[in-house]
Write a protein that binds this ligand. Structure first.
Ligand code: C5P
Length: 276
């Protein structure tokens, strides 16, 4: 039997990846961050001086997407439940993350750790243009599906998952087109939404947590600028021709504007138990 598949989609900074990782941890499932693939292709293009905003570069970017070797490693915490007992909001969730209670994903591009390189403002600004290139999406789709098929065992074999786990019984994948295109037969599809002001606040918190200094007058660190960036990226993701950000008809809606991280994780975990 195939592993239980959970598809989580939603706009930028809706909490998809944190939620997806926590759900995977609670259930002993493996986790795949598909946005990381588009970010890697974007980072590689920018590193080679290729401007993703020029349509004429689509072929070069596609060639990169096809040849790049991208690997994800998610490290799950040994004591997942301690998170539940000690934290109640996104702020303390960040503290929990620093104390390694939240799972973390490292991203390797041609064996080099690019986990932080792919999260810069420059990459975020260009990633939607890269993700709108049809053949790039096809290349990423192939890679992601391959990982989805092999990951469940691979992750447990190389000791990345908690040692108590012998074999992951499922898979959590997050992105923009997981429920509609990547895993159209997923056992549970979740469409996460949150007010863009709330999302901007969370993203800003995350930037600061990662070492950015909001007292410096950097446009990226101003709440309005962050919100405008998110809204622009959502607009590009929603209106592109191929695989736009769209709610699957059979998805469960989850508005996280007024939910804590642990509440939204609980809702999804309960739904998985109900359907399994
Ligand atoms: O999830 P994250 O914000 O890292 O995704 C970065 C970008 O990658 C998104 O803005 C979107 O353009 C693209 N993406 C996509 N399809 C996915 C995941 C991400 O087009 N499944």
């Amino acid at each position: 039997t195939r592993p239980f598949q959970v598809a989580i989609d939603g706009p930028a900074a809706s909490g998809k990846s944190t939620t997806a990782k926590m759900v995977a941890q609670r259930l002993g499932f493996s986790y795949i961050d598909t946005g990381a693939f588009y970010r890697c292709v974007t980072f590689a293009a920018l590193s080679e001086g290729i401007d993703p905003s020029h349509l004429s570069n689509a072929d070069k970017i596609t060639a990169l997407a096809e040849k790049l070797d991208i690997e994800l490693q998610t490290v799950f915490s040994e004591k997942p439940d301690s998170y539940n007992r000690t934290t109640s909001d996104w702020n303390s969730a960040s503290d929990a993350s620093r104390q390694h209670q939240l799972p973390t994903t490292r991203v390797f591009l041609d064996s080099k750790d690019v986990s932080s390189d792919i999260r810069t403002g420059t990459v975020s600004k260009h990633v939607s243009a890269v993700a709108a290139i049809g053949p790039v999406r096809e290349a990423v789709l192939q890679k992601v599906r391959n990982i989805g098929a092999t990951d469940v065992e691979a992750q447990t074999n190389n000791g990345i998952n908690s040692s108590a786990r012998s074999r992951a019984a499922g898979l959590v994948m997050d992105g923009r087109d997981i429920g509609t295109v990547v895993l159209p037969l997923a056992d549970l599809k979740v469409f996460l939404v949150a007010d863009s002001h709330v999302r901007a606040k969370r993203r800003l918190q995350e930037l600061v947590k990662n070492g950015a200094d909001p007292s410096i007058d950097d446009t990226h660190l101003n709440l309005h600028a962050v919100q405008a960036d998110l809204e622009l990226r959502d607009e590009m993701d929603r209106t592109r021709k191929i695989s736009p950000l769209r709610r699957a008809v059979d998805a469960m809606d989850l508005d996280t504007s007024n939910l804590t991280l642990e509440q939204q994780v609980d809702i999804i975990v309960q739904e998985v138990h109900r359907r399994r």
